[in-house]
Ligand binder design. Structure first.
Ligand code: GDP
Ligand code: IMO
Ligand code: MG
Length: 422
């Protein structure tokens, strides 16, 4: 069997959680492979909205194993709160969740270091979610980190104190940054983590594949936030692209099957950094209002703009996307006409690829205007109800990026999902 991968092709919040939830009945295992509680994945069904941060989005479907892979970073406090909330809803989390011993732990001092680093950057701040993601991955690559498997060791507390004290020394070097470390709740949450099913997930993943089980790897963030291929330094600290599923789960590249690329019919970004098609006018505001574009993790307003085809093509290429899911087509129902960026002007040249720098002084988007599909799409349940102008928009995108759009989403609910092609 192969592992299918589902990930974001833009700047995150494309609607990954919704599509994982829709696809889960076709899989035995849903596995997160990178990121941590910076993610906010929204699922809606039976009139209720759920937001997941570290727990994979298969958790609401029975008979699915949800794996938190080695590439993920875990904040025990947030993790426990998330599980407690799910248990309160009657979800059997303990029975359907397994955590890699090689996943790294976010310490309270990692969160403080994130805040201190952002404050020190001033106007140049990344716009981090302040969940401690960057400092935790820095300790991972710097070979100082603590992993989930370490909590089973009798030396865990002393190792924790050593790392915490090192962080306290570092925090003291940030001018004027005031802090206090209270780790009682964290240590309590670590004790809770120990009661959960901890696994050597790379073995389990490969065993599951050999046994013919179907695995879906759930990406977090999006391609433009990838540490290598995103808009560096305004990125997250992990590989969000399909290759990240290999290192974040222990799966060989030749085991990757379908790569589902999720994108919105327009673009959004939360946090700082370049965004060529960003709209600073009432059109952008209308998108934000219609699309309810406010962060699922931080509540911050998301920046909005038109679809960017050079960006999308780049993302399709670096991920090897085999099929696409277009989200939030209903939101553009408020416009008579739709703009699409097909090229950039870059150093007096018209280009259709993403150059090294995409700051406003480096690229200027070139737009094509297409007819819109004014009206309410959210009640559509069959393909013959889809407006022709929307089908033409989909065909225009497919032609530009060379990959089929197989799923069309017309609302946040599970039921508001149309299969365009099998
Ligand atoms: P994720 O991080 O990729 O899982 O995406 P988020 O959950 O952060 O953001 C996507 C938002 O759009 C959520 O509020 C979803 O409920 C919502 N959503 C998903 N698909 C659609 C859609 O087709 N139409 C509309 N209107 N909302 C959608
Ligand atoms: P999901 O999985 C959108 C952004 C932050 C910031 C940058 C770095 O819900 O799509 P970090 O906390 O990782 O150090 O922040 O990345 N960011 C996201 N934006 N969706 C996300 O996750 C994000 N996770 C991080 O806003 O600009
Ligand atoms: Mg999100």
């Amino acid at each position: 069997m192969k592992v299918d991968v589902l990930l974001g092709l833009q700047w995150g919040d494309e609607g990954k959680g919704k599509i994982v939830d829709v696809l889960t009945p076709e899989y035995d295992v849903i596995a997160r492979f990178q990121g941590g509680p910076n993610a906010g994945h929204t699922l809606e069904f039976d009139g209720i909205k759920h937001v997941l941060h570290t727990i994979p989005s298969g958790v609401f479907r029975p008979d699915t194993l949800n794996v938190v892979g080695n590439g993920v970073v875990i904040d025990p406090i947030i993790f426990k709160k998330e599980i407690d909330a799910l248990v309160g809803l009657g979800v059997d989390v303990a029975g359907s969740l397994a955590i890699s011993r090689k996943a790294h732990l976010i310490l309270p001092t990692h969160r403080l270091l994130d805040a201190a680093s952002e404050a020190a950057k001033g106007k140049a701040k990344i716009g981090s979610t302040l969940k401690g993601i960057g400092p935790t991955y820095m300790d991972k690559t710097g070979r100082n980190g603590l992993r989930v498997g370490d909590i089973e060791s009798p030396h865990f507390e002393s190792r924790y104190h050593t790392l915490r004290d090192k962080h306290v020394g570092m925090l003291g070097q940030f001018d004027g940054f005031e802090f206090s470390v209270d780790d009682a709740e964290w240590l309590e949450a670590v004790a809770f983590l120990q009661t959960l099913k901890l696994i050597d997930s790379e073995h389990d993943m490969n065993r599951a594949l050999k046994a013919g089980q179907r695995i879906l790897a759930e990406g977090a963030q999006g391609t433009m936030l990838d540490i290598d291929f995103g808009t560096y330094p305004f990125v997250t600290s992990s590989n969000t692209i399909s290759a990240g599923a290999c290192t974040g789960l222990g799966i060989a590249p030749n085991r990757v099957g379908e790569v589902f690329g999720i994108f919105k019919a327009y673009c959004t970004r939360v946090g700082s950094g370049p965004f060529p098609t960003e709209l600073h006018d009432e059109v952008g505001e209308q998108m934000r209002a219609e699309g309810r574009e406010f962060g699922a993790t931080t509540g911050r307003p998301r920046r909005c703009g038109w679809l960017d085809l050079p960006q999308l093509r780049y993302a399709v290429d670096v991920n090897g996307a085999t099929q696409l899911c277009m989200m939030k087509a209903d939101v553009l129902g408020c416009f008579e006409e739709i703009e699409v960026c097909t090229h950039y002007m870059h150093r007096d040249e018209k280009i259709d690829h993403l150059p090294f720098g995409i700051n406003p002084d480096e690229v200027e988007p070139v737009y094509t205007t297409l007819p819109g599909w004014p009206g309410d799409l959210t009640g559509i349940r069959t393909l013959d109800e889809v407006p022709q102008t929307l089908l033409d928009y989909v065909a225009f995108i497919e032609e530009a990026v060379g990959v089929p759009v197989t799923v069309l989403s017309v609302g946040p609910d599970r039921a508001q999902t149309l299969q365009l092609k099998s």
